[in-house]
Design a protein. Sequence first.
Length: 186
Amino acid sequence: MNAHLGALIDDILSDSRWDITYLGMQIMVEGLALAAFGSMYQTSTEPLLKQLLRYVMSDEARHVAFGVLSLQEAYADISGAELRERQEFVFEAAIRMRDRFLHQEVWERLGIAPRAIVPYFVRQQTEEDVLFQRMLFAKIVPNCKKLGLLDGRDGWLRDRFTELGVIEFEDHVDTANEYGELAIDA
């Protein structure tokens, strides 16, 4: 497991607040996984792989939808300070998930200072690399909007997602509404 993802999961599991665990796992981590599997599904031409990915996507969508539905009511009446804590948590999680593609632990293991190589590595990314990384937020941003975290009381998370270049996904269907399309009939 990548150090960034590992640190995020450690933070999620060590937090005593149930909603942070749901927000971290159901919305952020599983939302990222759902988008990644969706991207693989869209680009695969192998029928068996597409069928397997569809099953995995259905399962992930159920987890994410459960998180959205569970948190939506809980976040409707939280205080401004509590809302900001959740927004900051989401943003920090998004940064960690984005930065896992920089392979900093690989550079360290090779004896190369990440600060020296990462800017070069970022400049060498292809358009497809950047698009794939942005698309991973296609499930996270609309779910954060549905939870009231995107605009909150002052639009703080909206501004951060704009800076990350992922705000364009805000009007994509949220997973609670999308689940019916992804569910596999028994």
